[in-house]
Ligand binder design. Structure first.
Ligand SMILES: C[S@@+](CC[C@H](N)C(=O)[O-])C[C@H]1O[C@@H](n2cnc3c(N)ncnc32)[C@H](O)[C@@H]1O
Length: 386
């Protein structure tokens, strides 16, 4: 499935001088029930595969203009124009004015044209570029199911310092900012950093540093939380880093650098949560790749593997997607912690489509303590590790 393609310049969202107006805006969204549960209740499922497949999943869903959440979904997720009076009737004149001043909407002949997406996400509001492919600039990725999956699976224990590589809209850095003392959010796209800073302001988060950095290159030191969703699609038309999807020829250009840096960048006791497509060569596994990239050290990590097989994966974005054997491809989140004992494990826990509850929340958390083999069990009796 290919996405609709447009070519038009779109302004990045604008931070308002008066922060109370931004706060009033998000307060109104919350009061109207524009959150994960509210969207799930209206749509029957949210999030799941991500915005671009909703029409196929819900061919008969029609927004009710009398319902505020439907109106907000139409505007801010589906990208459909709505009469300004309709939104005003659910909110207020100043809500509409603020949305336009922040460049989320544009008023034209009484109709509000959406310019950007605005997603509810685990208590935060995240603005991204629109969800059609726009060839005019390097787009900031809208939230797909994967963004909600990584956000939901990541363990929210208090942490000293988080690093988010490939932050895009800033979603994972901002979620981390709630339970970490400080966060560094890295991206190679200046537009992404602009969105990240805007989203920090929209959500009143002040402990995130957004930096222009090729992965770890401009970031000193280590972290006890690493969260990342860098581009992963095997693509011969674009280099890794050119856009939000290309992971280079084999898809692993960025991921292999991150995994190779874990020994230096991840603190003892720290956890790395890595969302990716894992386009493994036929007959190979994620574990084998990670072992090679960590120079044979993967047995020293406790690994929770929430991935599932995707042998029919369709690339909706690349101009020249990979068309070969995908029999060993997987998708999902791999969470790693260095084993204190030096002897780790690899647990495969992924289940296709079983991650989200009907209220839109994620049913699972990557909790290493839950799966650690008990030290009281004899070595020979420990569960067989995959
Ligand atoms: C798939 S998007 C993920 C966005 C966001 N983290 C999420 O999960 O919704 C990948 C992001 O990685 C960024 N990126 C690409 N190459 C990078 C690199 N070498 N270093 C840092 N970020 C990079 C892209 O600009 C893009 O914003």
């Amino acid at each position: 499935m290919k996405l609709p393609v447009v070519c038009e310049t779109v302004d990045a969202p604008r931070v308002l001088n008066d922060s109370t107006r931004m706060t009033a805006f998000t307060t109104t969204l919350r009061a109207l029930g524009y959150d994960l549960a509210g969207c799930a209740a209206r749509l029957g499922s949210f999030p799941r595969l991500g915005v671009n497949f909703w029409d196929q999943m819900h061919p008969h869903w029609k927004p009710d203009p009398g319902h505020p959440v439907d109106t907000l979904i139409s505007l801010f997720i589906d990208g459909t124009a709505v009469a300004a009076d309709c939104l005003r009737s659910h909110t207020s004149t100043s809500f509409v004015d603020v949305a336009c001043e922040m460049s989320l909407l544009k008023l034209n002949d009484g109709m509000l044209q959406p310019k950007l997406c605005l997603f509810p996400c685990y208590g935060l509001y995240i603005v991204t570029d629109g969800s059609a492919r726009n060839t005019a600039f390097n787009q900031v990725m809208w939230l797909w199911g994967e963004s909600f999956l990584l956000g939901g699976l990541a363990n929210r224990a208090p942490r000293r310092r988080a690093i988010d590589l490939g932050t895009g809209s800033g979603i994972h850095a901002l979620l981390a900012s709630v339970h970490c003392e400080s966060v560094v959010a890295a991206d190679v796209s200046p537009r992404a950093l602009e969105f990240g800073r805007y989203n920090a302001a929209l959500n009143g988060r002040t402990n995130v540093d957004f930096v222009l950095s090729d992965l770890f290159n401009a970031i000193p030191g280590s972290a006890d939380m690493l969260v990342t969703n860098v581009p992963y699609a095997p693509d011969s038309a674009a280099k890794a880093g050119d856009n939000f999807w290309s992971g280079g020829l084999d898809g692993f250009d960025l991921l292999r650098r991150i995994v190779a840096a874990l020994s230096e960048r991840l603190d003892d006791g720290g956890v790395a949560h890595i969302n990716s497509l894992y386009p493994n060569a036929p007959g190979t596994t994620i574990r084998e790749n990670f072992d090679r990239w960590t120079a044979g050290e993967i047995d020293g990590y406790e690994v929770l593997d929430h991935t599932w097989a995707v042998p029919t994966y369709e690339d909706a974005l690349s101009d020249e997607p990979y068309e070969g054997d995908k029999s060993a491809w997987r998708f999902g989140v791999v969470s790693l912690r260095r084993a204190a004992s030096g002897h780790g494990y690899w647990r495969e826990l992924g289940k296709r489509g079983g991650f989200f509850a009907s209220d839109g929340s994620c049913k699972f958390v990557a909790d290493h303590d839950l799966y650690a083999p008990s030290p009281s069990i004899e070595e020979s009796q420990k569960p067989v590790l995959v």
